[in-house]
Design a protein around this ligand. Structure first.
Ligand SMILES: Cc1cc2nc3c(=O)[nH]c(=O)nc-3n(C[C@H](O)[C@H](O)[C@H](O)COP(=O)(O)O)c2cc1C
Length: 277
């Protein structure tokens, strides 16, 4: 049954030369490109760049060579600057041309359907809890502006480590990690243009973002592990998402590795009996 569903998805979202239609976009119904939480505390993040003089930076090639999924973490917290850099590497704004803001990771049609939430377990200067990344500020006409960009909206305060670990198929690393990035897709943003095909793009977009965060983590000397094994309803409930218009699509745990890692050194294995990706 499951295999059949996956196969049907692949077929139904295929582009075929014979049936490909030329369709005008309805610009009046274009969904809002940004999500904001109002009436919540907003925390400005330190600028991710430039890297301070003398800070060790292994460079791209070393980071690629060293990246491994790291599942056991030391108790030491992340700094706010480290979290800022990880957020920026994933969904931060890196260029703007007039009203068009472009981000670190590529996105189909530059529609940016992926929202970033962070479950903070241990980050300096942040209370543990749930945060949402405010990519850009908006003016009264809901146009993106630099002011207010790259900040965190504090949605809930409290120890959510056990809840995110439980939602992630009881994977203890999510409780032990300093932070867990949780990415959701706002479906309407891409369905507006790509219809059913958009459902491929949500996961591709999220994959690009996660890959950039994982390499950024290595370059900061941090460990991370992608997590796609989670109970959808529980993950959505934690973020108060309805699962219909917006749903969790991917996660990544991040923290200081409990032992040195890199490249060929075998560091971490799955330690639950559940099937993992
Ligand atoms: C889409 C995807 C989902 C994954 N989900 C999990 C997960 O839920 N739990 C986990 O421990 N590892 C997860 N992983 C990590 C893989 O197990 C890991 O990438 C793989 O074993 C290769 O090891 P490496 O990342 O160290 O190269 C996931 C990786 C991907 C790409």
């Amino acid at each position: 049954m499951l295999e059949h569903t996956g196969r049907t998805f692949q077929t139904r979202t295929s582009y075929l030369r014979e049936t490909m239609e030329d369709r005008e976009l309805d610009w009046r119904s274009k969904p809002a490109a940004y999500k904001f939480y109002t009436y919540v505390p907003v925390i400005s993040l330190p600028k991710p760049l430039p890297m301070p003089e003398g800070e060790p930076d292994p460079g791209l090639w070393d980071s690629i060579a060293k990246r491994r999924s790291v599942r056991s973490y030391a108790a030491a917290p992340l700094t706010l600057l480290e979290l800022s850099r990880l957020l920026w590497a994933g969904t931060g704004v890196t260029a703007s041309f007039g009203q068009d803001f472009y981000r670190a990771a590529p996105s189909a049609g530059a529609l940016y359907p992926i929202e970033t939430y962070v479950v903070v377990n241990r980050v300096e200067s942040l209370e543990p809890g749930l945060y949402h990344y405010r990519v850009a500020g908006v003016d009264i006409l809901e146009r993106p502006i630099v002011e207010g960009s790259h900040s965190l909206e504090q949605l809930r305060v409290g120890d959510l480590g056990p809840a995110i670990a439980a939602a992630a198929l009881d994977q203890p690393m999510c409780r032990k990690a300093a932070a867990v990035f949780v990415w959701s897709a706002v479906f309407a943003r891409s369905v507006w243009k790509y219809r059913d095909r958009a459902y491929r793009y949500f996961y591709l977009d999220a994959g690009h973002i996660a890959a950039q965060v994982s390499l950024a983590a290595v370059s900061l000397g941090l460990g991370s592990c992608p997590v796609a094994a989670y109970f959808d309803e529980e993950a959505n409930a934690l973020l108060e998402l309805d699962g219909e218009s917006e749903s969790v699509v991917y996660m990544t745990s991040v923290g200081r590795p409990s032992r040195p890692f890199g490249g060929t050194g075998r560091v971490d294995l799955h330690h639950t009996s559940r099937p993992k990706e």
